[in-house]
Design a protein around this ligand. Sequence first.
Ligand code: ADP
Length: 256
Amino acid sequence: RSDDLVVVNSADEIGKLAKSFNYMKQQLVGIEKMRSEFIANVSHDMRTPLTSINGFVSGMLDGIVKPEDYNKYLTIIKDETLRLTKLTNDILHLAKIQSGSIRLFRENLIVKTILDSVISSTRALVEKKSIELALECDNTITVYADSDKLKQILINIIDNAVKYTRYGGEIGINVSLRYKPSVTEFRIRDTGIGIPAEELPLIFEKFYRVDKSRSSPGGTGLGLNITRSLIELHGGKIWVISELGAGTEIIFELPQ
Ligand code: ADP
């Protein structure tokens, strides 16, 4: 609170001490605010699926839900459970990144091999939505990275491209080498719903989701924040280009 600040306007030692005390106080208030916002976000995101699971299970036990509708409600309960699992995993992951305890096991990786395995894990959903997926990546392109982390980065970005692209849309993945500085550049482009210009700088923030009603119901708003942290741990960077209604392109580069 601002009334806790020390008011000393002199330029001597006492004045300097007061100034650094006030600075530390403001930092602490900022951290405390972030912590409470984080807890509020997590609690809200957990309560919504828990309320719906509780409601449907109670309805079944009370006989309000008819046995012929069980399948429909059990499917919703399963989806909500998956969402809670994803949220818990994302939070654990985030906590690990923030505590600085993530270690990278870097090696020279053939990017095409990593991409093939990531794409095969999302193949079912791509086919279900009749999305056309085009991959351009030379077999010789390598990157010096942690294989599991690179997979996680690509899964997060490609999953979003699939989630936010309509039935029959297109996704293009392009990997190329750039020199000076030597980096491997990844571009993941989709013809999906796009992101409003004013929200572009925010999508990498924790829990940020563009208009919750249009975002995928299974999302947590943590995926891109984790993705950016993992890329920065490798000394790389990530950015986005998007046009509302036309599509999105996520670009990231990793040092060679
Ligand atoms: P979520 O779990 O909600 O997908 P992310 O951190 O992965 O969270 O993404 C944050 C938000 O950015 C999403 O909720 C979505 O609104 C927007 N977004 C991310 N990728 C795309 C994309 N390819 N197309 C449109 N919107 C996207």
